[in-house]
Design a binder for this molecule. Structure first.
Ligand code: F6P
Length: 341
């Protein structure tokens, strides 16, 4: 059995650990061989592949990024499934492990369920918004980086008696903002799932200030203040069809300054959250998922992905996992209210 393995969509810390886990388990436990596919579906469509040996995955568990490269190429572009089958036959690839987020797994599910292709998945996203799995690797690293940013912003905010606004990733969900905001002691946490008004934000800032604190605001990039939702429709989409987000942190800072009279600065954490070495938690989770994906291949569980259920690694249908995003639930939002302001 020769397994083609690819990483697709936005990168995230832990991708290399998945590759290492899969290759080691596949070779050592089952005698499989591996083919690395470069830059996600692009590599399969364009026959950009190479053999992947044990030596290639040596020392990879702590390395950020992905040795295979990634892209947002759609699996149904450039000849789609037919072209993929041709390349798989040419290279002797019997099955595919696709490591990626919602878009990648939706494509992989379609290839398996509609085209009958031998594809399994490993869920990845720093946003932690994939259903069917309790956590995705990369998220713990991202929330740790965001928490450290809050800690660092606090000392400069205290020194200058300023308010600081930290914009973190999360275009549809607020998991990073919620968790880092709790961990770092933010006075306002703003997430897409639960829009609040400008007035509520100003109140939280004033309340912290009145207690002698330098106010810290954490906002997820996809947050839209209550009452201005119609403005989002005007932003247009990028080349991947995603709504242009437009920098909510930079939008809020001058408004906070004007309304409260407190000097305010914003910072966008951006791709720092996706770069660099994964935490120990993410390395372990990613390694376990990579190993489990190989077992799914062994059982010919096409259309399934490895997932985390509590502390157990399980398998779920990819099609089910990509049906809905995993939003921050109401009870997590209610719970945090007493910590704000
Ligand atoms: O989905 C992960 C994510 O990091 C989002 O939080 C973010 O909006 C997006 O990817 C950024 O993508 P790109 O790297 O294409 O700018």
């Amino acid at each position: 059995m020769n397994i083609g393995i690819m990483t697709s969509g936005g990168d995230g810390p832990g991708l290399n650990a998945v590759i290492r886990g899969a290759v080691r388990k596949g070779i050592r436990a089952h005698g499989f061989s591996f083919t690395g596919i470069r830059d996600g579906w692009r590599g399969l469509l364009e026959d950009d592949t190479h053999p992947l040996h044990m030596v290639d995955v040596r020392g990879l568990s702590g390395r950020g990024g992905t040795i295979l490269g990634t892209s947002r190429t759609h699996p149904y572009s450039q000849g789609g499934p037919e072209q993929m089958r041709t390349v798989m036959e040419r290279r002797g690839i019997d099955a595919i492990i696709a490591i990626g987020g919602e878009g990648t797994l939706a494509g992989a599910a379609r290839l398996a369920d509609d085209e009958g292709m031998p594809v399994v998945g490993v869920p990845k996203t720093i946003d932690n918004d994939l259903d069917g799995t309790d956590y995705t690797f990369g998220f713990d690293t991202a929330q740790s980086i965001a928490t450290e940013a809050i800690d660092r912003l606090r000392t400069t905010a205290d020194s200058h008696h300023r308010c600081m606004v930290l914009e973190v990733m999360g275009r549809n969900v607020g998991w990073i903002a919620l968790q880092a905001g709790m961990a770092g002691g933010a006075h306002a946490i703003l997430i897409p799932e639960f829009p609040v008004s400008y007035e509520q934000i100003f109140d939280w800032v004033r309340s912290a200030w009145d207690r002698g604190r330098a106010p810290l605001v954490v906002v997820a990039e996809g947050f839209v203040p209550e009452g201005v939702e119609d403005q989002v429709a005007d932003r247009g989409t990028d080349k991947h069809g995603r709504v242009r987000l437009g920098g909510i942190g930079d939008h809020l800072a001058p408004l906070i300054e004007e309304a409260t009279g407190i000097e305010t600065r914003a910072m966008i954490l951006g791709h720092l959250q996706r770069g660099g070495s994964p935490t120990a938690y993410d390395r372990v989770l990613a390694t376990r998922l990579g190993m489990a994906a190989v077992d799914i291949v062994l059982n010919e569980g096409w259309g399934q992905m490895a997932a985390l259920d509590g502390t157990d690694i399980t398998r779920v249908r990819m099609a089910d996992a990509v049906d809905n995003l995993k939003l921050v639930p109401r009870n997590r939002w209610d719970e945090v209210q007493v910590l704000l302001g």
